[in-house]
Design a binder for this molecule. Structure first.
Ligand SMILES: Cc1cc2c(cc1C)N(C[C@H](O)[C@H](O)[C@H](O)COP(=O)(O)O)c1[nH]c(=O)[nH]c(=O)c1N2
Length: 234
């Protein structure tokens, strides 16, 4: 029997799920090895093929190589991270302060994915009611890049402990462009088999069956074959 061309083979499916389950947010394991321009181009192309509201494609990609700019971003991170630490107390605060939450200087490439909120003009198809759909679209570009990077053996770390206005100034962004994701990219010594926050005892993965509801918030899945299937996959 011939396989229709729109079907994925079992090996292709395994590859896709492997990228999803083995993708990690990387901060501590970066190697200095450079990423070849051809490989970076592939990652950017994967990002550019994300879905977007009204095919708006609101993203731009700012590759940050300058040590000076990176040093300014690290200083920005240190300031914001100190403020963030003040939100916690006692043992939780100590644990927070022990976490490494960025790899800005260790990673060979820093990349800011931005969202141009004016792209496509004032009336973008599908964005009339929910204006933030341009931001949602840009998040999907980030995830495409993150998964493609994992398949290429490249780690990505998202750094959001930054002041958005200061970041915009450092990257010379125009007013209508939002710095959606500041990312660190590089080959890694290892990909952890669980999120680093879980490994360090900060927070665990929630149970999926408690997150799936039937017919409205809190609706029970009891008796549903979906519940049995979810439990099997836990
Ligand atoms: C929008 C957003 C923002 C951030 C993150 C993620 C996302 C989606 N994450 C990474 C986050 O901690 C990580 O994804 C979770 O802990 C789950 O781990 P894995 O990504 O599965 O390894 C993250 N990590 C970090 O060390 N510093 C940071 O500032 C941020 N910021």
């Amino acid at each position: 029997m011939s396989t229709p061309s729109h079907h994925f083979s079992d090996a292709e499916k395994r590859g896709l799920y492997r990228a999803i389950y083995e993708r990690r947010d990387v901060r501590s394991q970066f190697l200095p090895d450079p990423i070849a321009p051809e490989t970076l181009a592939k990652l950017l192309k994967a990002a550019h093929h994300a879905p977007s509201v009204g095919f708006m494609q609101p993203w731009d990609f700012i590759v940050i190589e300058s040590r000076e700019v990176r040093a300014a971003i690290v200083a920005m991170f240190e300031r914001e991270n100190q403020k963030a630490a003040e939100r916690f107390e006692g043992e939780r605060k100590e644990r927070y302060q022990g976490l490494k939450l960025q790899g800005i200087l260790e990673s060979p490439i820093n990349l800011c994915i931005t969202c141009d909120r004016s792209r496509g003009g004032p009336h973008v198809l599908g964005r009339n009611s929910i204006v933030d759909t341009d931001l949602f679209s840009t998040c999907l570009a980030v995830q495409n890049l993150w998964l493609a990077a994992r398949a290429e053996g490249i780690g990505v770390g998202w750094v959001s402990i930054l002041d958005q206005d200061q970041l915009s100034t450092a990257l010379k962004l125009p007013e209508h462009v939002y710095p959606l994701a500041y990312l660190c990219l590089g080959y890694v010594s290892e990909f952890l088999d669980q999120p680093e926050l879980e490994a360090k005892g900060w927070r665990s993965r929630l149970s999926l069956n408690e997150l799936v509801h039937s017919d409205g918030w809190g609706g029970s899945l009891a008796e549903s074959p979906l519940l049995a299937a979810l439990q099997e996959h836990e």
